[in-house]
Write a protein that binds this ligand. Structure first.
Ligand SMILES: N[C@@H](CCC(=O)N[C@@H](CS)C(=O)NCC(=O)O)C(=O)O
Length: 216
C-alpha cells in the first residue's frame, strides 16, 4: 500500500514488480496520492479468465477501479497514466490547458513507442536473449539509434526541466526506463541534461515510494 489515504474509490494494480511499465504506474498512482491494492501476477502461470477480462493480452500492468456500479479495467501503461491524469485533474499529472495536454500526449506517445522500442531492442540483446538468439549487428544498430534518441532528448531538455515543460505523464513513463540505462553501460556524461532530468525525477516523493515494502 502506498502514500496517504485519499477519498478516491479503491484501485487494484495487477503488476509484475520488476517491470518498468508497472513501476511507472506505481509512480503515477503516487503522484495522484491514491491508495491501491497491489496484486502480483505470476508470469510463469497461465492467466485466469478473470484477469484476461481485465487485460485481454494477459500483460501487466492493468489497473482496476472499483466502482459502486461495477469495475473499470484499464490496460497498457500509457493509457493508465492518461486515465489517471483525467481522473485526478488536480494532481501533478493533470493538464493545465490544451497546450500542456497536446505536448504531454506527443511526448508520452514518443516514449512509449519510438524510445521504448529502441531501448528494448538494446536491453533484450544484452540481458534477455540467450547467446544463440543475440545478433551483434542488431545490437550495434540499436545502440547507435539509442544514442541518437538520447542526443535529441538532451538537446530538448536544454530549455525545459521536463519533457513537456511541466512534469507530466511522459516523465512518469520515462522514469523507470531511465533507471535501466545504467544496465546498458550508457555513459550519461555524454548526455548531461538527460542525467539532470533523471536526477529530478528520482527526487520526487512519488519515485521514492514506488517500491513496495516487505509488508505489501
Ligand atoms: N506496452 C505495454 C507493455 C507491457 C508489457 O510488456 N508487460 C510485460 C511485463 S514487462 C508482460 O506483461 N509480459 C508478459 C506477457 O507478455 O505475457 C505497456 O506499456 O503496458
Amino acid at each position: 500500500m502506498t502514500m496517504a489515504q485519499s477519498k478516491a474509490p479503491p484501485f487494484t494494480l495487477y503488476e509484475y514488480r520488476p517491470s518498468p511499465f508497472c513501476i511507472a504506474v506505481r509512480i503515477g498512482l503516487n503522484e495522484c496520492d491514491v491508495t491501491f491494492t497491489p496484486r502480483e501476477v505470476d508470469l510463469t502461470k497461465p492467466r485466469t479468465a478473470a484477469f484476461l477480462k481485465r487485460s485481454p493480452f494477459g500483460r501487466l500492468p492493468a489497473l482496476v477501479e472499483h466502482r459502486p456500479g461495477g469495475e473499470l479495467a484499464i490496460f497498457e501503461s500509457p493509457a493508465i497514466l492518461l486515465f489517471l491524469a483525467e481522473r485526478f485533474p488536480q494532481s501533478p499529472l493533470g493538464f493545465t490547458d490544451l497546450t500542456a495536454r497536446g505536448e504531454a500526449y506527443s511526448w508520452l506517445s514518443y516514449i512509449s513507442s519510438g524510445f521504448a522500442e529502441v531501448f528494448w531492442t538494446t536491453f533484450c540483446e544484452t540481458h534477455v536473449f540467450a547467446d544463440i538468439e543475440r545478433s551483434p549487428r542488431v545490437l550495434a544498430r540499436a545502440r547507435h539509434e539509442l544514442d541518437q534518441h538520447l542526443d535529441v532528448l538532451d538537446r530538448h531538455l536544454a530549455r525545459r526541466a521536463f519533457l513537456a515543460g511541466d512534469y507530466s505523464v511522459a516523465d512518469t513513463l520515462s522514469t523507470p526506463l531511465l533507471d535501466l540505462l545504467d544496465q546498458l553501460s550508457i555513459d550519461l556524461d555524454a548526455f548531461p541534461r538527460v542525467r539532470s532530468w533523471r536526477d529530478r525525477l528520482r527526487e520526487r516523493p512519488s519515485y521514492k515510494s514506488a517500491w513496495p515494502s516487505d509488508d505489501d
